[in-house]
Design a binder for this molecule. Structure first.
Ligand code: NDP
Length: 230
């Protein structure tokens, strides 16, 4: 007997930032395969993204208010079921050689931009919609045993704080929020040396998003299902 691959078809609208490469691209591929209507926001498109039958929204720099407005306009009349704030950057800093510019750049991209973007799209979400913030285990103060990465750790910790507030504010609207660590993933961000592929990360993260409810909203999860300490 021939075995069949069963793909669950979902009828939902998914918006992803930073969708041209890395984990964002894998999210776009995964949700497209599941039959969702995908809006892939990116600064510039990529061949891999172009190969998918989805709505590609290029020219969207999330740190720029015009970029956020452009995304808002592109979603006119659309109800968003799932917003994935995925875009992010990592810059290396060590104590003794701190650069305020790279720390600020990470705050702008990793903390401030996803919050402003979510605020701008909030009226496109309705009861039952979900928001995922892709953060990092490196934001955990309790889990930090190696130091370094000042701007990255600080910016992702700031993201977590704001994401938790958004989770509380969204509860009356019945919108749930997940704060998610993807795992150590082989992307450009970490020079490709991760434990899992971007496709595996997107698959695991999507399972966490499926499990997201108003009861477990606003909590910090590893993509493997483990709850992480703040
Ligand atoms: P990549 O470096 O592969 O991809 C980053 C994505 O973010 C790219 O699409 C990039 O676009 C986009 N991006 C960066 N800055 C902006 C901006 N200002 N406006 C719009 N898009 C932007 O990284 P990953 O896929 O690995 O990372 C995805 C998320 O996962 C990030 O939030 C990251 O912090 C997080 N993460 C990743 C881990 C890992 O092991 N890889 C571990 C923990 C967390 P462009 O091509 O234009 O630069």
């Amino acid at each position: 007997m021939q075995s069949k691959v069963v793909v669950e078809v979902v009828d939902e609208v998914v918006v992803i930032t930073g969708a041209n490469r890395g984990i964002g691209l894998s999210f776009a591929r995964l949700y497209a395969k599941q039959g969702a209507t995908v809006y892939a926001a990116c600064r510039q498109t990529s061949q891999e993204l172009e190969a998918l039958n989805i709505n590609i929204l290029p020219g969207i720099d999330i740190t720029n208010s015009d970029g956020i407005e452009q995304l808002r306009q592109a979603l006119t009349g659309v109800t968003v079921d799932l917003l994935i704030n995925n875009a992010g950057i990592l810059r290396e800093e060590s104590f003794g050689q701190l650069h305020s510019e790279t720390i600020r750049e990470q705050f702008e991209t990793n903390a401030l931009a996803p919050i402003l973007l979510t605020e701008a799209l909030a009226d496109k979400l309705s009861a039952g919609s979900k928001i995922a913030f892709i953060t990092s285990r490196m934001s955990s103060i309790a889990d930090n045993s190696s130091g370094g990465y000042y701007g990255y750790r600080m910016s992702k910790a700031a993201l977590n704080v704001a994401a938790k507030s958004i989770a509380e504010e969204m509860k009356p609207r019945k919108i749930a929020v997940a704060i998610l660590h993807p795992g150590l993933v082989s992307t450009d961000m970490i020079g490709g040396y991760g434990d899992i592929t971007p496709d595996e990360a997107a698959q695991r993260l999507s399972t966490r998003i499926e499990e997201l409810t108003l009861d477990n909203s606003g909590r910090f999860w590893h993509s493997n299902g483990e709850e992480l300490p703040w």
